[in-house]
Design a protein around this ligand. Structure first.
Ligand code: PLP
Length: 400
């Protein structure tokens, strides 16, 4: 079918919740994807931090194929082998003792919010249900997670919102302290804000947040949906800050591309959930768990992927900083941790995103649209970064 016709059908039959680029992607391998017209792209967006191992990683593909032949779905009324294996891997490699599986980041955060409320009501009193989140945060699109999201642009039109949320500026410990009262049950944060513009807190912020939580008996919920699974150069971003949360949520990179979310907690906190308090029909389904087991095993293998991620991140940041020197009039800042990298511009980034697409590079934007977001697969190579930089230098030279 002609590309125009395919896009016509897409516009005709699919709800217009996205403004899409006029490209139909059909095939992917490693960091490359190909469109139906045969054009090749380097994927520096990585499905928005989903494709940590690149596209169609052989180990993930084989795991899905094998599991699809054995068992695709059964109810959580029964024990499920790949689910147990995945939970064990997550527990061994994190602060957590227990895992709840669901299907997306928003659902993982919903589960975290419900667990925090239930825990606080059981351990303190019925009025203790408020959760403090950060301005410019992003926690998802369901009503509760949309309310947790500290950005009005995502909430507009969907009022009334869910009661019990309060917002403070990110990376401002005094504002957070001032917002705590006897009704507060938890503080929910992204360790590094993704959608809000790749905002990195000062080194001691999360340590101070942890101390506040301990002092007031509050739960610390870290939303690692975007920062988890090696994205920042460690398996989980909290490891950079010498703290552990009480609850952590994962999704995006967890399944190497298949839809899966997880909410992890300590033994003490997780015991507030009992049979019939929370559930998901598909959550922890054999097929997606098999894919996630293959993904996490590949990410952790000999530390190779994480070491590589850190080496590439260093090189990538150096190159971006050189570009910033050259275009200091329009680049405000280059910042990042691991391969969660942003270049903040003094103007709208969309013309650059479009020009890169034209030249065969997929990148994203974040924040107010003036932040270019780079979340490539962790297996990205130096030559890929060089190719991106050639294009970026060129399109920025055209004074976009
Ligand atoms: C993407 C994202 C979510 C939402 O995940 P979905 O799978 O789209 O529901 C939540 N939190 C953070 C930090 C995210 O980046």
């Amino acid at each position: 079918m002609e590309i125009k016709k395919v896009i016509e059908d897409s516009d005709r039959y699919i709800m217009h919740t996205y403004s899409r680029f006029p490209v139909v992607l059909r095939k992917g391998r490693g960091i490359k994807v190909w469109s139906t017209t045969g054009k090749e792209y380097l994927d520096f967006l990585g499905g928005i931090a989903v494709n940590v191992l690149g596209h169609c990683h052989p180990k993930v593909v084989v795991a899905i194929q094998k599991q699809a032949q054995r068992l695709i779905h059964v109810s959580n009324f029964y024990h499920i082998e790949p689910q147990i294996k995945l939970a064990k891997l997550l527990v061994i490699n994190s602060f957590a003792d227990k895992v709840f599986f669901c299907n997306s980041g928003a659902e993982a955060n919903e589960a975290a919010i419900k667990l925090a409320r239930k825990y606080a009501k059981e351990h303190y009193d019925q009025n203790r249900f408020e959760i403090i989140t950060a301005l410019n945060s992003f926690h998802g699109r369901t009503l509760a997670t949309l309310t947790a999201t500290g950005q009005e642009k995502f909430q507009k039109g969907f009022e009334p919102l869910v009661p019990g949320f309060k917002y403070v500026p990110f990376n401002d410990i005094n504002a957070l302290q001032a917002a705590i009262n006897q009704n507060t049950c938890a503080i929910m944060l992204e360790p590094i804000q993704g959608e809000g513009g790749i905002n990195i807190p000062s080194d001691d912020y999360l340590k101070n947040v942890r101390e506040l939580c301990d002092k007031h008996g509050l739960l610390l919920i870290l939303d690692e949906v975007q920062t988890g699974m090696g994205r920042t150069g460690k398996l989980f971003a909290y490891e950079h800050y010498n703290i552990t949360p009480d609850i952590m949520t994962l999704a995006k990179g967890l399944g190497g591309g298949v839809p899966i979310g997880a909410m992890l907690a300590t033994e003490k906190v997780s015991s507030a959930f009992q049979p019939r308090t929370h559930a998901s029909t598909f959550g922890g389904n054999p097929l997606v768990c098999a894919a996630a087991v293959a993904t996490i095993e590949a990410v952790l293998e000999d530390g190779f992927v994480l070491d590589h991620c850190n080496r590439m991140a260093k090189y990538f940041m150096e190159r971006l900083n050189q570009l910033k020197e050259y275009y200091h009039d329009r680049v405000i800042e280059v910042r990042g941790k691991g391969l969660l990298i942003a270049m903040e511009l003094s103007r709208d980034g969309l013309p650059i995103v479009n020009a890169c697409l034209e030249r065969g590079i997929l990148i994203g934007s974040a924040g107010g649209g003036n932040v270019l977001r780079f979340t490539p697969p962790l297996i990205v190579e130096k030559k890929d970064v060089d190719q991106l930089m050639d294009v970026l230098e060129d399109v920025m030279g055209k004074s976009l």
